[in-house]
Write a protein that binds this ligand. Structure first.
Ligand SMILES: Nc1ncnc2c1ncn2[C@@H]1O[C@H](COP(=O)(O)OP(=O)(O)OP(=O)(O)O)[C@@H](O)[C@H]1O
Length: 264
């Protein structure tokens, strides 16, 4: 279980430009929850994921992963428990390293030092097995530099990298947004496959409301730093995009203003 209690995050605190990007976020995430996270422009979605990952320190509140308070831990320490992918395929993988080297770096992140050597002889098999699951034939191209792969292949590889060390939490920040529609569809299919086969606890930001409704077992909507909608699987089962937009308007008292969401 992952729990966030009373999380506040300010930018430019104490200045006339102060922004409260997260405003008293309270959230309990059950093991295996696949949450889709949606919201208006600047709602705080990315800030929330960065706060959980330790990219940003928070100004108030606590973050616990399986009962351990990680609020004060550095990003690289939390990375042992958290896999994370952003929009940019260039940032998720290292272009000049091979597929195998990228995977090796991701793999040792989750290991205790003493175990690293012991598993190295089995590594190639482990990497090939993990790559087979995504069905792109990358298991036969382990020595190929990642820079020669397409954006979709790189994000698919990033998914394998983010999950190979069996993280306690996977954070996806619009990881298909920079891809062409076909590649985005493929990466989404692979995402669902990896998340459901490993029952990975996942939060996925998307600007696509249909995607937010279709995937996962829970849908959360943010507005101005707060969680304003939290639907379980049953509540989102027969939901339509129009109903979701109407719900947003009635709760927030404003019109939904993210063009990318409405045009998706
Ligand atoms: N590093 C930063 N420095 C200053 N302000 C920031 C920073 N990061 C985010 N913000 C501000 O915090 C608020 C929340 O931003 P955030 O990126 O989390 O929103 P979001 O919901 O992910 O938005 P979008 O969907 O538009 O990407 C916004 O007002 C944003 O301008």
């Amino acid at each position: 279980m992952i729990s966030l209690a009373g999380i506040d995050k300010y930018f430019f605190a104490g200045t006339p430009n102060a922004i409260k990007a997260l405003d008293n976020i309270n959230l309990t995430i059950k093991q295996g929850d696949f949450i889709t996270l949606i919201g208006s422009n600047g709602a705080g979605k990315s800030t929330l994921l960065k706060a959980i990952a330790g990219v940003n320190n928070v100004d108030a509140g606590t973050i616990e992963i399986e009962g351990k308070d990680v609020s004060g831990l550095a990003e690289h320490v939390r990375a042992r428990d958290i896999g994370r992918i952003d929009q940019d395929p260039m940032a998720s993988t290292s272009a000049e390293l091979s597929i195998e080297e990228n995977l090796a770096m991701a793999y040792i992140r989750g290991q205790k030092r003493g175990l690293q050597k012991a598993v190295s002889s089995r590594r190639t098999t482990i990497f090939q097995e993990a790559l087979k699951v995504i069905g792109l034939g990358l298991e036969n191209r382990l020595k190929v530099p990642v820079g020669t792969l397409s954006g979709g292949q790189r994000q698919a590889l990033a998914l394998v990298m983010a999950t190979i060390a069996r993280p306690k939490l996977l954070l996806l920040d619009e990881h298909t947004a920079a891809l062409d529609p076909n590649a985005a569809k493929l990466v989404m299919k692979i995402t669902e496959q990896i998340v459901s086969s490993s029952k990975l606890t996942t939060i996925m930001i998307t600007h696509n409301m249909e995607q937010a409704i279709k995937y996962g077992n829970r849908l959360i909507m943010m507005h101005r730093g707060r969680i304003i909608i939290d639907f379980d699987a049953n509540e989102k089962k027969d939901l339509t995009v129009a109903e979701l937009v109407n719900k947003f308007t009635s709760i927030s008292g404003t019109v939904f203003d993210d063009d990318r969401v409405l045009l998706a």
